[in-house]
Design a binder for this molecule. Sequence first.
Ligand SMILES: [Zn+2]
Length: 60
Amino acid sequence: MGVPKRKVSKMRLRTRKAANRWHAPSLGKCQSCGAPIHAHTACSSCGFYRDRQVLDISVA
Ligand SMILES: [Zn+2]
């Protein structure tokens, strides 16, 4: 069975775990309506993506 050769220090352990820590999603702003949106995603309030209408909001 594999056994660790030496103890992992607190700093090393915390540094490793810090890479997987949750962080709030960075939200951009819609160019047409100004609502907060995720990057590379069509705006859910006006349906625009890169100055173009891609979603039909009026039906829903
Ligand atoms: Zn929008």
